[in-house]
Design a protein around this ligand. Structure first.
Ligand code: MSP
Length: 654
């Protein structure tokens, strides 16, 4: 019986189309899953979508559809999540959606079980909530009053809610983090322990009543289960935990590894193990928190218009080249800065030059000098051959070591050392010179055979990264099924002596960097422009006003002495102003929607002071305050004109 291996990606939040950052995590997981299959493991690779929460409810409302319709479109629609994983050749075995019935009822049972145990209890939630991150924070966890994860605004939150006794598991979780290899890279352990556990783990609010798009707490209508409880248990419900849909729990749980991004390590290494401890369930063996793919020095964000579209890059450069680039360029545990230059450079140097040339030169020479089928005669030259042979035969174990440490970038580095050595070997042995002397034919056959072997072994180990291209490579170098296996990657001379090559297409054509960069630059500039708020300003008045009429308007700097809301009006603010005359001036202004009265006291504004007084809500308004007005996303936006405070009250504007 093959050994089992259970690997997961985070389930994606389908609030927008996925970008290259999401693809990075999934491609990495796919590479590891394929590597394990290559080794002979029976792999279960799970991915899916995390579809509940207030953000989805809000987005659906804005789009005029139901939340279910909204997520269905992003998951199943054109260029949605499923399409993207197909395009990126993601070999997942199971896809879970948290709106699937079996998952919903399983979560209700899990919630009830923790409640019955006393680990979930009812209380009152007072704190802060970050909508985009769907996270609750206590005052002390905020960074400068903002969400410590995304730096965004948080809202006050107070409501009756259920709590999970996270505090009860603090010591056990700390022990797990500090004394086992549960969380990797190890550098993330300190962050968890120092920032979250040591300051004191508070009980976690695990239900909401302020929105409805979630899994209902079935024994208390009005409450929906906190989205992270719903989401984390996907890793088990997808195997059949608390449901009859699947029956794979005994085979695959505990998971061998959860691959996740660094910002969700807290949920996976504190909350997740604590809940499993509460349920008396085995813990996953490992959580690996990878870094972020950054753009322009920051996280990709649709609102900044700086997301990188994996569809566009795959269409231009090929899916395999993109998959390869993501893992070759950035050390998996650290952040990396994405750029189109880097992408094109990596493809041109590693794939077109190094690997592509090795394959095309070698197969072309077997074609030219042996009519495509290598002769069996050989002449080995120890001093010339040993280095390449030993470097290549040791490759599999160096590669395995790196892959086991979740360091695919290191595994690729090892492969490319061999590819570069093989290219050098061509130059050292100059087959074109050997081809001139019939006496050197056995030597020529040996040199080309060595090159085919080195290519074959590299090809096997590159298969998890670039499955389709390596298939083509094997066909070109004449490697049959037996010569493509993990076992054969550890064996030198697996190819038949009279191996026959097949001339094929260029695996990795060279990219015209200048042309492609200009095109990508133009696309990205257009995306950034499109992300700018759609501003509308009123058309300019064409009818002229004569100069004397204009000069009769008296504009003055005025200082706000007091400001308050007008009773029974949700629009008007009442200003008491110093206009430099020594007598207070009262102006009413319909700007309550944009300003809080207390924020305006002391400000220096501009008023037109010679308008006849007007009565509003029974009060006199003697003049008008000037504002700039425009429309943004269909909403009127108003900004009061404010002057430098050094300008005295009464100063005339002309
Ligand atoms: N729904 C949660 C996960 C629940 S798992 C029980 C979630 N979803 S997400 O769609 O926001 O993110 C999914 C994964 O994509 C995360 O691991 C996140 O780190 C990763 N990435 C999103 N943007 C990324 C980059 N720019 N770079 C690398 N990974 C990034 O979190």
């Amino acid at each position: 019986m093959p050994e089992k291996f259970y690997i997961t990606t985070p389930i994606y939040y389908p609030s927008d189309k996925l970008h290259i950052g999401h693809a990075y995590c999934t491609v990495a997981t796919d590479v590891i899953a394929r590597y394990k299959r290559l080794q002979g493991y029976d792999v279960m690779f799970l991915t899916g979508t995390d579809e509940h929460g207030q953000k989805i409810e809000d987005k659906a409302k804005a789009a005029g559809v139901t939340p279910q319709q909204y997520v269905d479109n992003i998951v199943e629609g054109e260029r949605g999540v499923l399409d993207l994983w197909k395009l990126m050749n993601i070999s997942y075995d199971r896809f879970i959606r948290t709106t699937d019935d079996y998952h919903v009822s399983a979560i209700q049972k899990i919630f009830k079980a923790m409640y019955d145990k006393g680990d979930i209890y009812k209380g009152k939630y007072v704190g802060k909530y970050c909508k985009p991150c769907e996270s609750f924070w206590t005052e002390s966890q905020l960074k400068d009053g903002k969400c410590p994860d995304c730096g965004g605004e948080v809202q006050d939150a107070e409501e009756e809610a259920y709590f999970f006794r996270l505090s009860k598991y603090a010591d056990q979780v700390q022990d797990l983090l500090e004394n086992t290899s549960f969380l990797e890279p190890r550098s993330r352990v300190n962050e968890m322990v120092n920032n979250f556990i040591k300051p004191g783990l508070e009980d976690l609010c695990v239900s909401r009543t302020s929105f409805t798009w979630g899994i209902p707490v079935d024994f208390d209508p009005g409450h929906v289960v906190y989205v992270w409880i719903d989401a984390l248990f996907n890793y088990m419900t997808a195997l059949g935990y608390m449901n009859d849909k699947y029956n794979d729990l005994d085979t695959f749980w505990p998971a061998d590894v959860h691959i996740i991004g660094k910002e969700i390590v807290r949920f996976h290494t504190i909350i997740w193990p604590a809940m499993l401890m509460s349920m008396g369930l085995p813990l996953p063996k490992k959580v690996f928190g990878h870094g972020w793919l950054l753009l322009d020095g920051g996280k990709m964000s649709k609102s900044k218009g700086n997301v990188v579209d994996p569809y566009l890059l795959s269409e231009k450069f090929g899916v395999d080249a993109l998959r390869f680039f993501l893992l070759r360029t950035f050390p998996f545990g650290s952040d990396g800065s994405f750029s189109n230059e880097l992408l094109i450079q990596t493809i041109n140097i590693d794939l077109a030059n190094d690997l592509g040339n090795l394959v095309s030169r070698t197969t072309a020479m077997v074609g030219k000098y042996f009519d495509g089928t290598l002769s069996a005669e050989r002449r080995y030259e120890k001093e010339r051959d040993d280095e390449l042979v030993s470097l290549t035969t040791g490759l599999r174990s160096r590669y395995e070591q790196a892959m086991e440490q979740y360091a695919p970038h290191k595994a690729l580095e090892e492969i490319f050392k061999v590819i570069q050595r093989a290219n050098k070997y061509i130059d050292e042995n100059a087959p074109w010179i050997l081809a001139k002397d019939p006496q050197d034919r056995p030597r020529l056959a040996s040199v080309l055979y060595h090159l085919l072997e080195a290519t074959r072994i590299c090809g096997i180990l590159l298969t998890p990264f670039m499955p389709e291209s390596m298939d083509k490579l094997f066909t070109q170098i004449g490697a049959g099924p037996d010569c493509r296996t993990w076992e054969s990657a550890g064996i030198w001379a697996a190819l038949p002596e009279d191996t026959a090559v097949v001339k094929g297409e260029n695996l990795f054509p060279r990219i015209d960097a200048e042309k492609e960069l200009a095109e990508l630059e133009a696309i990205s500039a257009a995306a950034k422009r499109a992300a700018l708020p759609q501003l509308e300003i009123e058309p300019l008045t064409e009818e002229p006003v004569d100069f004397d009429t204009f000069c009769r308007s008296d504009f003055r700097a005025v200082k706000v002495k007091a400001c308050e809301n007008v009773k029974k009006s949700d629009k008007l603010l009442r200003f008491t102003l110093d206009d430099g005359t020594g007598v207070d001036r009262q102006i009413l202004s319909g700007i309550a929607k944009w300003y809080k009265p207390e924020d305006l006291v002391g400000k220096t504004l501009v008023a037109i002071v010679n308008l006849p007084p007007r009565k509003m809500m029974g009060l006199d308004s003697c003049g008008m305050l000037l504002s700039a007005v425009h429309t943004e996303k269909g909403e009127e936006v108003l900004n009061l004109l404010m002057l430098h405070d050094a300008i005295p009250a009464g100063a005339k504007l002309c």
